[in-house]
Design a protein around this ligand. Structure first.
Ligand SMILES: [Zn+2]
Length: 264
């Protein structure tokens, strides 16, 4: 069933992970077909942490792949991780508890008894760069566990629009209101199965009042005094980098604009 030049992505649930260009199957693992890449099959498998990496390969932490892979490869990795996680957590029907079977023609599992179908889980989350004139709102999340500052983010709740989720998350986490919401891109975020939907927004009113259960510290920052930021390759960093690009005044640009008189 497997082609001789498959790419294999091994996902160990509690630690090491690997991206392998290989035709060697890991022991005791049942690979999931993720898709195709440059004409070859891409498989993913979950193995126990006791498994050693095949010769010539190494396990690396999943989050280390953020910024290390190009967007296409990161998308494959994200899909692999989400599918493996989905299969791991949908072996029994959620309605009647009967073992499920993987369908051959689509990524779904089906209950042999009651027919319930389950599809890979994707959890939308909003992530927002809030600006006030030449400042950006950055916060240190409790979950970061260190002095890393980033834009605010949170999961969309049941029955909620993306716009409503942005307003609620920002109000809950720092107590301010925002407006002028604009879509700014998205990124699959397989930790374990989120889809980050990015926005920019402008500050409207309120004093920053961090929710201590979620935020250690939050404040307004200009391009000249930025704290430690999230890694490149994340949509969080892309939103911050775009703020920096827009608000960094390069002397040669101002000079060129002045010479052209177009800004007068
Ligand atoms: Zn069932």
């Amino acid at each position: 069933m497997r082609a001789p030049h498959d790419i294999l992505i091994i996902d160990a649930p509690h630690g090491p992970e690997i991206v392998v260009g290989s035709d060697v199957a890991p022991p005791d693992a049942v690979p999931v077909l993720v898709g195709h890449h440059d004409g070859v099959h891409v498989w993913a498998a979950s193995v126990g942490t006791q498994i050693s990496a095949p010769s010539g390969t190494a396990f690396v932490g999943a989050r280390q792949l953020v910024g290390a892979l190009n967007p296409e490869s990161f998308g494959l990795f994200a899909r692999a991780r989400m599918l493996v996680e989905w299969e791991r957590t949908h072996r029994y029907c959620g309605a009647c508890g009967t073992p499920t079977a993987v369908l051959a023609d689509e990524h779904a599992v089906e209950c042999a008894r009651c027919g319930l179908r389950s599809y890979p889980r994707i959890s939308p989350a909003v992530i927002v760069a809030v600006t006030r004139a030449d400042e950006i709102l950055l916060a240190q999340p409790v979950r970061a566990g260190r002095a890393m500052y980033t834009v605010l983010a949170g999961f969309v709740e049941a029955g909620e629009s993306l716009e409503r989720a942005v307003a609620r998350e920002i109000a809950e986490e720092v107590g301010i209101t925002v407006g002028d919401l604009a879509y700014a891109g998205s990124q699959p975020w397989p930790f374990p199965h989120a889809l980050m939907v990015g926005f920019t927004a402008r500050y409207v009113a309120g004093e920053i009042t961090p929710d201590p259960t979620e935020i250690v510290d939050a404040g307004w920052y200009t391009t000249g005094d930025l704290p430690e930021l999230p890694p490149r390759g994340s949509i969080a960093r892309a939103l911050i980098d775009e703020f920096v690009r827009v608000h960094t005044r390069k002397p040669w640009v101002l000079g060129a604009l002045a010479a052209s008189r177009r800004w007068v």
